[in-house]
Ligand binder design. Sequence first.
Ligand code: PEP
Length: 250
Amino acid sequence: MSRKIVAGNWKMNKSMTEAQALVQELNGMAGAWPSDVKVIISPPMLYLTQIAVNTGDNLHVAAQNCHAEKSGAYTGEVSAVQLKSSGVNFCILGHSERRQYFGETDESVNAKVKSCLAEGITPIVCIGELLEEREAGREFSVVETQLKGGLEGLSSEEIEKCIVAYEPVWAIGTGKTASSDQAQEIHAFIRTKLSEISSQEVADTVSILYGGSCKPANAKEIFSKPDVDGGLIGGASLNASDFNALINSY
Ligand code: PEP
């Protein structure tokens, strides 16, 4: 099975009309996408149901977050159970913006990962160091802590069902991309750590995506690295021609 994935994170952008127009454009382009690349979009939560019914077979839908509990008095929240019942099969978890603005921790990410797996939703687990952590030479230990924390207590079979996204925080929305060598170095490290907490076989099947100012101009070079299995794309996923070019970078 191919590990290649290009996933777009729309964040809190677009009106419903704009979102539907973008999906329509992407549906029109999907026939020409490489058949071994899985394409995922992550619109705002409010639009998920509507978008999920309008995507063709080549386009999958992810939530940007969920709550760890199945149901209950959690005003404003949406559970993995509810996502699954709305036709959503992927969920981004632990994005650096959720860690920064909403107090998410490795523990809360781990609880959400478990709730998604229990519902058959594929978690896209985001990890990555801050600029000051990289400058202090701590990028490997930060990534290892977040990876192990996010996947704590999972069986090898469960780890195999996860997608990992390495997103150095200093590269998100800043225009500063990690070099392809910097990305490869961390991705290879993540795969080694995955093999230590599961097995080499499992580590070899997990997709590890790069995220951080990935654009059509730099994607080919980054995606060419052996342990980079695609991208989690923010800004460039909001425009059909850029996202299409990223998908076709493979
Ligand atoms: C992201 O937010 O996941 C991301 C990678 O954003 P951007 O591509 O805009 O840097």
